[in-house]
Design a binder for this molecule. Sequence first.
Ligand SMILES: Nc1ncnc2c1ncn2[C@@H]1O[C@H](COP(=O)(O)OP(=O)(O)OP(=O)(O)O)[C@@H](O)[C@H]1O
Ligand code: SF4
Ligand SMILES: [Mg+2]
Length: 367
Amino acid sequence: MSSHTYAINPTEAGRAPGEPPLLEAKGISKSFPVRLGTFARGAVSAVDDLWLTAEKGQTVGIVGESGCGKSTAARLILGLIDCDEGEILFEGEDVNVIKTDTYNRRQLRRNLQMVFQDPYSSLNPRASIGELIGFPMKVHAFPADEIGDRVGSLLESVGLHRNHAAYYPHQMSGGQRQRVNIARALALDPKLIVCDEAVSALDKSVQAQVLELLRDQQAEHGFAYLFISHDLNVVEYVSDVVVVMYLGQVVEVCTSERLYEDPQHPYTKALLDSVLTLSRRHEEPASKLEGEIPSPINPPSGCRFRTRCPHAMPICAEQRPAPVATEPGHTVSCHLYADGGQGPVTIDLSSTDSESADSKSTVRRAI
Ligand SMILES: Nc1ncnc2c1ncn2[C@@H]1O[C@H](COP(=O)(O)OP(=O)(O)OP(=O)(O)O)[C@@H](O)[C@H]1O
Ligand code: SF4
Ligand SMILES: [Mg+2]
């Protein structure tokens, strides 16, 4: 584990003095062994020294391109796989220790729930919706006569009908199935729900309804979300705090508001520019995300973004950039911010004399 200590969450949402955060990941890493040929072996560095905190009732978004380690981070946090390094604390208790004790493991399962990407494959086709939602309650020994009624209330709370309890997954649409998944995650009154690309498989209008539902449920029950998505717009909509990942590492952490107002890491800037919403399309992107993500089997030395970064310097190949707090609650891992550096320099070409008359649009170009 590195010795980095830095602002990993800008808010301490209503925490009493001495009370631990709901969830802390402290320098967690995970590599997977892979075959590279008949005899050769290698390892994929999926998550490398990841730090994050989630407070009660808060939504922490994790965003980054495909393969950057988001789902691996989720599986580590859920305790589905073990960390190679680092520790995960849930309400101040080490998840690895909790897992060794049957009673505490059951409590952890109850408090930590998940909603996965694929609303089709995550439901057993042979079980009715009522059985699927009721199953976790059965496992946790809820009184049998209460389960049916609670299943009905949960179905209603996610915008379905009590009668849907008798349906089977194939009789429901993708949006309805994801509502069932959400109802199932809510069944045990969890404290944290990990949503891994929970709306990615849904079409835009259904996506908006499910996001609204997730927010309403959080407002009602006060649980926290770890919301994982490759879609920056979705993450912006739901998150209080955003963690930006690149090739297994965290490159920037900030409140959602500030991240979108003032992204600082060259990767975050490029990521945001590459998903300019239609309403912002009058601007030409200031920076573009060029090239492919390098292989996580042999990631670049120093800063892993250096092979795609327009600002790369010799030090970027030599040293991994340490996280720097550039303002309260805003942390960036980039050598451009070390020792009081101000990050990439930008020139506003719209104010230069040489600008042609027919090119009045604001063109900012990173140098
Ligand atoms: N069990 C495994 N064995 C080998 N490599 C793995 C395993 N699980 C994940 N990986 C690798 O780890 C890296 C991170 O994968 P992960 O699924 O966490 O990415 P992701 O950010 O969730 O991507 P996506 O947005 O496509 O879901 C990838 O290179 C992936 O191939
Ligand atoms: S550390 Fe160097 S390569 Fe990495 S983002 Fe900053 S300038 Fe670019
Ligand atoms: Mg994933």
